[in-house]
Design a protein around this ligand. Sequence first.
Ligand code: NA7
Length: 551
Amino acid sequence: MTPARTAAAERPLLDVIVVGAGFGGLYATYKFREMGLSIQCFEAGGDVGGVWYWNRYPGARVDLPSIDYSFGFSREVEQEWTWSEYFAAQPELMRYFDFVATRLDLRKHYRFNTRVQRAEWDEDRARWVVTTQSGEVYEARYCVMATGPLSVPRDPDIPGLDKFKGELYRAAKWPHQPVSYAGKRVAVLGTGSTGIQIVQEVGPQAGELFVLQRTPSFTMPMRNFPLTPEYTAEVKRHYPGLREAARNSPAGGLRPASTRAFFSVRPEERQSLLEDAWQRGGLAMLGTFSDLLFNEEANEQVAEFIRGKIGEVVKNPATAEALKPRGYPVFARRPCLDSSYYETYNLPHVHLVDLTQEPIVEITERGVRVGSGGATREIELDMLILATGYDGLTGALTAFDVVGKRGETVNQKWKDGAHSYLGLMLEGFPNLFMTTGPTGPAALANIVRISENDVDWIAAVMTHMDQNALASVEPTQAAEDAWMELVRTMAQRSLLSKAKTWYVGANVAGKAQGLTLYTGGFPKYREHCTQVMQRGWNDLSFVPARVAVEA
Ligand code: NA7
């Protein structure tokens, strides 16, 4: 690789700046360092872990198998680290990140508690100029935004939030100190994956729990279990094969997938397959039939199966009814996994507040006022927990100024919705790369497998450039447009567009709407990435290094 050069402004020219210390950022840091590149990495959090660093809320737990939700690039890490549970809880995930960062000596490349405020491409000098919040400036040939699809939490747009005098917590910015719920009147606002995990954890501990639900989610049994030494030893013996299997599965993970269409089997058999998946737990249900995200009628029958299960568990019929999701396809919102969510509503001190019947009027000093017209009531609270989601997919790169070669920001480029090439690059933004970016498979496949794929691909581009004395690269407009066309066409066929979720931007007021995720499955996505490499990078436009720059 070309060694770092001194910039005209006397700032050292780095090869790469990496933003983020989650899965994408840590692997990027390792990979580029091993390639002999000079790197500087930034992370807004106080340590490694990405979204898990912030999400310390009660009950936080990954909904992919731990052995799958972990790096595959390092034999040492795979062999030396041992997971204790099939689905790891947040503290164990943090221990894993700590282990990886320590074992591979990655922390020394990072500046933690450092938020990047601006990144601007200097076209004349072919480099990124990156400014941190404290005003420090760094320059690098490449900038890799490993900023994650879920890193910008959003507060609900509800009047009076600042008036509340009780304890106010945000799931995505949970304090590091323990929080006590005993004897307190607690409300949880939001019933996505986060709210569900909090409710089942806090419900039994709180004096009184009010769950403020606008849209119920479908949630299925997680059926978590501790991993025995025998199982772990077997997994460790077979990691290479397991990783390969994950890479070749549509969700990039060790999840059953099916080629069987729903209506191709007899009704009794369908029922028993669904029952079996329910008993096995995890996301087995999603892999039971091949067409659940495409065939609306098949999807509705599975939805009805789950509604039936809710009715069997929740004793109060009105509560059960309010908890049953209707009006959108199952799996179109991220399916949740729980261990005792529905059972929690059988506790006498846990109350569901159905916001479709009693909308929130305002947050008051003492709690929350719900209802409409003359029929409102104030629910007095000691604690309010916000589990109201994220400005997903695009939020991280539109939250600060990332300025390309025409002076346009990513924010401006994406005003009508995310537009990118493979979720990895942006026309007009040379030498800028994203990991797990929008229009890639981001939320729809295992984020660790995508991150590894993305970093390897970015590294291959950089190597090609170095071998051919190229200074900058960006996708051609035609290649980016063709990718977007493919993403949109496929999205139209998917039921994922049919729910109001962060997948489609529906949870952020004023955000462009539409599914900007690649829905063709992880293997196909990898094929697209590989093909452009095999075709001699013909979708990319390169500018050769100038002799003057080389001198
Ligand atoms: P989600 O899945 O976006 O859920 C956010 C929840 O917050 C959802 O139930 C929302 O209801 C609710 N919400 C948001 N704003 C409001 C207001 N103003 N009033 C009432 N309810 C509101 O975020 P999560 O953090 O749970 O999960 C994100 C991802 O993390 C998940 O997909 C997994 O990949 C892991 P709404 O649906 O908008 O009616």
